[in-house]
Design a protein. Sequence first.
Length: 76
Amino acid sequence: MSEHSLNEHTASGTESARFPIGTLVFGLILVVVAAAVLLSLLTGFQVNGGLLAIGVLVFAGLAMVIGGIAASRRHG
């Protein structure tokens, strides 16, 4: 990519104004799973892996849909 096109792209503000919803959701998934593992190791509290996976996937799906709707409203 040339320097000229890079400057035009960032000067228009399209790249800097875009929020990486997918990255945020993936990071939150990792935090929830890590917290569940730590809770299990430190307290002996057993976490049902299947229910945890279902809950995390539902949350991730909702976050992605809401993020997509919010992005389409900003651009539309």
